[in-house]
Design a protein around this ligand. Sequence first.
Ligand code: GTP
Ligand code: GTP
Ligand code: MG
Ligand code: MG
Lengths: 277, 292
Amino acid sequence: FKAKKVDESLMIDKLEELLISADLGVKFTLQVLNDLRKDIKERKIKESREIKDFLKEKISGMLTKKNAEILCRNDSPHTVMVVGVNGSGKTTTIGKLAYQYSCEDKKVLLAAGDTFRAAAIKQLQIWAERTCSDFISHQDGADPSAVVFDSMKAAKARGKDILIIDTAGRLHTNTNLMEQLKKIKRVICKEMEDGPHEILLIMDATTGQNGLSQAKMFHEALHLTGIVLTKLDSTSKGGIVVQIIDELKVPVKYIGIGEGLEDLKVFNPEEFANALF
Amino acid sequence: NLSDRLEPILKKLKGRGKLNEENIRESLREIRIALLEADVNFKIVKGFIARIADKAVGSEVMESLTPGHQVVKIVHEELIHLLGSESSQITFSRQPPTIILMVGLQGSGKTTSAAKLAKKLKDEGEKPFLVPADVYRPAAIEQLNILGEKLDAEVFATNEQKDPVKICRNACAEAIEKGLNPIIIDTAGRLHVDEKLMKELKNIKVEIEPHEILLVADAMTGQEAVNIAQSFDNSLGIDGIILTKMDGDARGGAALSIREITGKPIKFIGVGEKLEALEAFHPDRLASRILG
Ligand SMILES: Nc1nc2c(ncn2[C@@H]2O[C@H](COP(=O)(O)OP(=O)(O)OP(=O)(O)O)[C@@H](O)[C@H]2O)c(=O)[nH]1
Ligand SMILES: Nc1nc2c(ncn2[C@@H]2O[C@H](COP(=O)(O)OP(=O)(O)OP(=O)(O)O)[C@@H](O)[C@H]2O)c(=O)[nH]1
Ligand SMILES: [Mg+2]
Ligand SMILES: [Mg+2]
């Protein structure tokens, strides 16, 4: 009766602030809370103290997308293409991935596909050294597609298990640079029929609603296989991925929680959903 | 965009008379959604909408506008007022050299912006001195050196010195010796909640007493922009803001949050990766962009 209703609406107001502040987005949040009100009416939730847990489960469910099966083609090195906007953490994430693979005794080759930004090649080279990974680069200003082509030949010839390709940061709104990425993917597809095993979008957890636009454009251009959400060690909750996964069905594979080699964890939907609250 | 969304609402509000709570309620709701979608902070939007309602209610609807359009006009003006005045200035100290310290989160664009600022000042006849005080990120010092070389601007040689405070102190001494001005110091990206690294910045500040501490912030930053800016301002005192990656399609609401919470001016915007891509800040343009 009346008191419970007031209690409920206060709680929902608090939840609205909480979810929007976690970067879930206003329209998405209003939709989630509208569904919640329906569920409460249909007595799916009996006590207001169950509300938070109900929401956590619902969101965790949204985040659990069946992982696109990684095509297992044993004839070629597992090839990972890493993309994303400027400063999102691509190069550092590659270092972390290389470290993980090296701990599994896999032979890793890193390709310096960012031939544009100052000291980008050097930065990746240092990560290669730190992780005992092999390294392929051309000179500054070289055609990134040429570096990628070379690296695929080398990965095969040198019997590597994993090839990870770094690319230059770029804004999803820059048509020329998005075309450059498509060209890199085509070069990979020429060498391996089904293209790279993985195309990972690296996204900064501090990003707001623009993250959805980024994911859409990168997905449209390349057909992403996964997302890595970096800088979750900051205070941002990274809620934008809820919309991204809900709309694009691209799973979050890993999260970055620091600047060191070991600061990469496999994405856990329940933990992530709980942390939003 | 907002105008499209307000169209059907505005069509319903015919005629003149005063604006009242009733006829502006729907417009305010749409505007609230627009600001939140633009990444303006939740609490700041709340206060902003309340102020708009205060200003709007009771005001006479102007001859040429419908009540809805009137509300948008009030919002637009209030946004411009909040975002501050046009600017593109570094305040030079009467006692050279002027010391500028670039700070901010990881990947926000500090190193690139430091070089862009050096280029702008060099073009204006100054002799900027770039100081690479990021000793953590692989090849960070190299990065600034390459950019300095491109500009033909002097870059301090750290000579394997690993202490950022000592780097800054020695660089300032060298700048005075060589008559270089201003000194632009690039620091490592850091989280506002990293006590050790925030303390490092405080130590640098105590050591060299910078004239301008510039927070370099990414235009696509979400709701946490307020907490981030507040932490940096509380720890160090920010003198100005550089908003980077404005060449994308991020609405940039973080700028309003940062400006509201620190009260400090947005001095420049980054509009690309090239060293020329640093522009003056125009509040009216950002206001339109935030409204969408
Ligand atoms: N705190 C924190 N910092 C991170 C994380 N991942 C990357 N970084 C930092 O973010 C900054 C940018 O990382 P990069 O790897 O250079 O990013 P990028 O996407 O390759 O940048 P561009 O190539 O210039 O587009 C560096 O200072 C990294 O140390 C993370 O998970 N947590
Ligand atoms: N499109 C665009 N890219 C930018 C802008 N400013 C910087 N960048 C890019 O953003 C990325 C990160 O820039 P950096 O200058 O390395 O950022 P940082 O803050 O020094 O990074 P850390 O030192 O790791 O904290 C690079 O790829 C830059 O080229 C800008 O205004 N527009
Ligand atoms: Mg990189
Ligand atoms: Mg830097």
